[in-house]
Design a binder for this molecule. Structure first.
Ligand code: GLA
Length: 448
């Protein structure tokens, strides 16, 4: 599938050594590899300054929402399974003032360096700007229930990397939901906001996503990860994980993931085909034995991943197609790994948790086939470091970030060594972030 680098250049996995010299120079001059987080206050101050310069108005309302890292449980949410994500201390902040243009929501995004507008009386005409559709979708959901926003001028400032698989879109949508409520003096429940943000992603942006991202972005807890039961759309436990022995290191491959490209939707279709063949409502109801009974010839070792693999037409009576069996095996084993990881987290058993992260990556790479060369390389480099307990791609895949569970004392040497290894092979220093489990979205008072 086509991939786009964040810096705009084409992805060239085969010419990894092209810029080795330049990358090494960059590496040596930029040893401070881990990017410090920006506080909500500082993002808000930047956005408010920009709003004032642009419109002459002072910010009157503000809302903020975090990004998220999924610790484990990938592509299980839309299969009624289990996921274990955390909201992180990277935020999207919106500030707003009464709009100067009638019938319009005008928005300037500092992180994208773009400006866009939409008409409040034509909310169903999809904006040409993809990022604007998240705001539009949420506005439309509130408008459906008679919560009508007045004209606004909005500035967005964000420290959630766009295209990194860290849910920048869910953060934007949920910050917008809270902003609308602040402006219109309305209060919806968390689950109503989550549903509005999910609809904005599905209908507006065209990604048939599950509920994980919006749920954790809205309901994240300071210092904890959430175990979500996606069959019931509920938080089944809140697990503290701010242990001083460990740190969560996120490393961006530099490849922008494009979930709307079709591969995500294709995986969902494949899962529906499996359910039909096994006569179950969801893959949550499938056991390893059920897959095994259908796959006497499935090798234990996975073959070399082939991005071109796609399911052949198949009959619901016959054995599952090879590709579909692999998809099912990922979902079923990933659910087991989430539950095992929850226990490991509760007992601070980092080696076991780490092993589960590596196994999850392998399954996503070989069976579900949603990884890419750059993510695989980052995980491989992490695996070679003693102070890394485990690592895996996080989010929808096809680019974006890995998350690594690291011995906190060695955090900076791990980041440096993975970055250098990556730069030597790919010609680009990856961006590294240490993330901490954080609270979910909300209205944020405007500081004077
Ligand atoms: C994206 C979707 C989520 C989930 C993940 C994969 O982030 O928005 O609903 O399916 O991919 O786990």
């Amino acid at each position: 599938m086509p991939r786009r680098r964040i810096d705009g250049g084409a992805t060239q996995p085969s010419s990894r050594n092209a810029n080795v010299v330049i990358a090494l120079v960059e590496c040596h001059s930029g040893y401070a590899m881990i990017e410090p987080p920006l506080s909500i206050e500082s993002l808000q101050a930047r956005a408010a300054g920009e709003l004032n310069q642009w419109t002459g108005s002072a910010a009157r309302w503000s809302a903020a929402a975090p990004g998220r890292v999924n610790v484990i449980g990938e592509h299980t949410d839309y299969n009624g399974g289990w996921v274990l994500p955390m909201a992180i201390d990277r935020y999207t902040v919106l500030v707003a003032a009464p709009g100067l243009q009638a019938d319009a929501i005008r928005v300037r995004s500092l992180s994208l360096g773009e400006q866009s507008a939409l008409s409040l009386s034509r909310l169903s005409d999809l904006s040409d700007d993809k990022w604007m559709r998240y705001l539009q979708g949420v506005l439309a959901e509130y408008a459906h229930r008679e919560v009508v926003c007045p004209p606004l001028d909005i500035v967005v400032a964000s420290s959630v990397p766009v295209g990194g698989g860290l849910s920048s879109s869910a953060a934007l949508a949920l910050a917008m939901a809270h902003l609308i409520e602040a402006v219109t003096e309305t209060t919806w429940s968390p689950s109503e906001r989550i549903r509005a943000a999910v609809s904005a992603e599905r209908d507006g942006a065209g990604v048939p996503c599950g509920m994980m991202d919006q749920t954790v972005v809205e309901q994240g807890q300071q210092g904890s990860v959430l175990l979500l039961d996606c069959a019931e759309d509920l938080i089944s436990s809140i697990i503290p994980c701010d242990n001083p022995q460990i740190a969560w290191l996120v490393i961006h491959s530099g490849v922008a993931h494009e979930l709307a490209d079709g591969a995500y939707a294709q995986r969902r279709t494949e899962c529906r085909m499996i359910c039909k063949a096994l006569r179950v409502d969801s893959l949550r109801d499938v056991t390893p034995e059920m897959i095994a009974s259908l796959t006497p010839d499935l090798p234990t070792e996975s073959p070399t991943p082939s991005p071109a693999l796609s399911p052949r037409p198949f009959s619901s009576q016959g054995p599952l197609d090879e590709v579909l069996r692999r998809r099912a095996r990922h979902v079923v084993t990933e659910n087991q790994r989430v539950l095992a990881a929850t226990e490991a987290l509760k007992t601070a058993n980092w080696p076991i948790l780490g092993q589960l992260l590596f196994e999850s990556h392998q399954s996503l790479r070989d069976d579900y086939q949603v990884s890419c060369e750059e993510l695989d390389l980052l995980v491989e480099l992490a695996q070679g470091h003693d102070a890394v307990f485990g690592a895996r791609m996080t989010g929808g895949g096809f680019g974006g970030c890995i998350v690594a569970l690291v011995n906190r004392e060695a955090l900076s040497s791990v980041a440096t060594s993975i970055s250098q290894g990556f730069a030597q092979q790919v010609g680009l220093s990856p961006r590294c972030y240490q993330v901490n489990p954080s609270a979910g979205a909300g209205v944020w008072a405007v500081s004077s």
